[in-house]
Design a protein around this ligand. Structure first.
Ligand SMILES: [Mg+2]
Length: 418
């Protein structure tokens, strides 16, 4: 029995059928982690150091399309500019947060001090942690990366030491309302046979479904039907979107998923239940993936330290931008865990993620590529991404290597802080 006043971890863990963890596994103890030699080592990002530019950021502008998408332009007093994007899903709220809580922290800063500026935006907003602060920050951060690339005449991928090249994708289905035979049909005839994909992700269970299926028997039918249609030599990934308790998904993982040679089980349990996820990871052979929702660097450190997953899935827009994602990628590299970012639509998030994957040592074998139409992002940037032989070219021009379309900007809601 604990006597230090904290809740008993043993009692709490037992009630949820999760493994009993020592306190040091639940609470951040950076000094005890051999691969994090300093207390704040996670802040020593793999971000390139630039000499002072002598320029100052003078404005932050947003162009917001409904509540779906919002792009950001940052300008400096020497006439340079860069374009970024905030996260999808209530992007209009992210735009408000950017102008209200972020812009005042970044105006007047030298763009090359992005690493410090990014931290200040989080620290100074410690009363409103994560979610929308990070979603808003990601718009500023990605705009500055574009500006830095243009200033150096290099793509972001090259700035980070990578090389623009065709990068493999996995064809990612977002649908649960689709019948298994129809899912198999489009994955094989379009994405395998026409576009050359070699890896495919389908949905199992229901979103945060507490062990419910979308309809009875769908998960088993979907996995069996799609695997049979694809053939044995294709990679099959599944996403449970926080559906299951450990006992249920362990049974599925040892049976259905193992029998169908699934190579990636994503978000098996409610994502905030790291101990549940870690238990699943320990008990099944199918590799477990997670992290798309997480935006707290300390939580990432815990996740990595406790080996909660086999594959890390940062989302550049949810996490607060490329700068913070590079810190996760660096921790992943030190821990020997591959990174397969979350990039669930065809907006700029897929462009950002391609540059990341072209550069980081911890890059996994493929990047998520949504197979669903996304009308709001139609014609958003040029050149559009194209899948050829299962790969997408990492844009090679300066910055992100794409231009936001003037036509797409028409009809958006404009806001400026200067
Ligand atoms: Mg997912």
């Amino acid at each position: 029995m604990k006597t230090d006043g904290r809740p008993s971890l043993k009692t709490k863990a037992s009630t949820v059928n999760a493994p009993v963890l020592a306190a040091e596994q639940c609470y951040a103890q950076p000094r005890s982690i051999p691969w994090l030699p300093q207390e704040r080592a996670y802040e020593l990002a793999g971000v390139p150091q630039f000499a002072s530019s002598g320029a100052k950021i003078i404005s932050v502008e947003t162009y917001t399309k409904g509540n779906t998408l919002s792009v950001v332009r940052v300008k400096t007093d020497d006439g340079q500019e860069g374009w970024g994007q905030m996260s999808t899903y209530s992007a209009d709220i992210a735009a408000t947060v950017l102008h209200r809580l972020i812009a005042s922290k970044v105006l007047g800063t030298d763009p090359v001090t992005l690493n410090d500026t990014s931290d200040r935006c989080v620290y100074d907003n410690h009363k409103y942690p994560w979610s929308f602060v990070c979603r808003a920050l990601s718009g500023f951060d990605t705009a500055v990366w574009d500006l830095l690339g243009k200033r150096e005449g290099k793509s972001v991928c090259e700035l980070l030491g990578g090389k623009p090249r065709p990068f493999p994708i996995y064809a990612s289905s977002m649908r649960r309302d689709i019948k298994p035979r129809d899912e198999a049909q489009r994955l094989t005839t379009i994405w395998r046979d026409k576009k050359g994909a070699r890896a495919f992700k389908i949905r199992i269970g229901a979103v945060v479904g507490n062990n419910r299926d979308q309809w009875e028997g769908r998960t088993e039918d979907n996995v069996n039907t799609v695997r049979k249609a694809l053939g044995d030599d294709m990679m099959l990934l599944v996403d449970a979107n926080s559906c299951y308790t450990p006992d249920k998904i362990i049974a599925l993982g040892q049976g259905l998923l193992a029998d169908n040679n699934v190579c990636h089980l994503e978000e098996p349990c409610p994502y905030w239940e790291l101990e549940w996820t870690a238990k699943v990871t320990r008990e099944i052979k199918v590799p477990v993936a997670g992290g798309e929702q997480d935006n707290d660097i300390a939580q990432w450190r815990r996740m990595i330290n406790m080996k909660a997953v086999d594959i890390l899935q940062p989302d550049i827009n949810y996490l607060g931008g490329l700068t913070r994602t590079l810190r996760v990628a660096q921790m992943a590299q030190q821990a020997g865990i591959p990174v397969v970012p979350h990039a669930a639509n065809s907006s700029m998030i897929t462009v950002f993620s391609l540059h990341l994957m072209g550069a980081i040592a911890s890059a996994g074998p493929h990047l998520e590529f949504s197979i669903e139409g996304f009308p709001a992002a139609q014609g958003m940037y040029d050149p559009a991404l194209k899948v050829v032989d299962g790969k997408v070219q990492i844009p090679s021009g300066p910055g992100w290597g794409v231009t936001i379309s003037k036509k797409w900007l028409e009809g958006t809601t404009y806001q400026i802080t200067q």
